[in-house]
Design a protein around this ligand. Sequence first.
Ligand code: ZN
Length: 414
Amino acid sequence: MSLPIPLPDEAWTHAFVARLRSRNRFYQRKLQAWPRDGARWRNLPFTTKEELLEDQSQAPPFGTLHSLPITQYVRMHQTSGSRGQPLRWLDTRESWLWMLHCWRIIFDMAGVTHRDRLFFPFSFGPFLGFWTAFEGAQQQGWFCVPGGGMTSVARWRMILDLQMTVLCCTPTYAWRLLETARAEGIDRSQGQVRALILAGEPGASIPSMRRRLEEGWGARVFDHYGMTEIGPLGMECQANPGGFHLLGSECIVEVIDPATLEPAASGQEGELIITNLGRWGSPLLRYRTGDRVVLDSEPCPCGRRWPRVRGGILGRTDDLVLIRGNNVYPSMIEAIVQQFPAIDDYRVIVTEAAGMTDLAIEMETRAAGDVERELAEAVRHAYHFRPRVTRVAQGTLPKSEMKSQRWIRRISDS
Ligand SMILES: [Zn+2]
């Protein structure tokens, strides 16, 4: 049995739809045929990223998902464009302040206080990333340092010299900083970092990765969840590692079977659907995040009754690869690779040709042994297929401080 997720009643749904339709051209079109009475929440349509991209290409540059005149918008961010065309996202001042409010809750869940010193070791770009975290912490009056435009060694200097206590970055980059320390002989024990707030990849909830990060940093890992489209809405609580709560006061959470679009059965894996409740400048109704989750069926020891995603994001609905009858997701391979501390970096190449899918792994390692064979064997043991594993020279694989470019799909004509 899963804990029940409260869905809005008909009166609330009716009021919500009325507000959505009042000035927002995107939802006016989308909800045109929606009945004025008897509005059940589960009969409302989903919103997809494809629709939003299509809307922006039809009405460039910003599309029509706006509830206020365009002059009311003060921020523009965009998605990383990992699926091609970037999706632009506008926010009003009110919507922006709502996201800072979400961060106040998130920081509180991690026990961050005015005594902390927060470091953001990456270049702030047009992606939403930790912009709202930075400003949320600033709004609280806390000490924050932006760490963009510098090398990992220079960032270490700051972490140590300024006695930073909280780091916000991707799991991949938190790991890379440890590698840098090892390679450069930096004495990490001089640091004060006690918490890592990690987002952008599922790594923080993958037990092996989490363990390596916590041991390497001597700090607690917190998995944070957010998206440019929906805002910052998920955070691990202190009482229950390896998963996160969705901020039940700020959004409506659903999990559906992506094939049937029906609610996922209790405790079953499905696609996370989010309706946010405070970003009225560019709202989202039943947004299909594409993230695969299982909701925790047990009450959380922290006492919060908000939905909790068990084990973090399990993967993307669109990353599914079928190999020899196995459903394979990037997080599965990631979990196996993380069992090999000797592997410094890796990349998966999925090749689809004539109905056959092949998965190969390229890896960097300084170890002398036959790590290739051991890794291939570990995958075969877990998933009943043996990938081709090759060793590449150190520094060959593309480095990225944002989304790790570790899952390459190639369609071959031959
Ligand atoms: Zn909890």
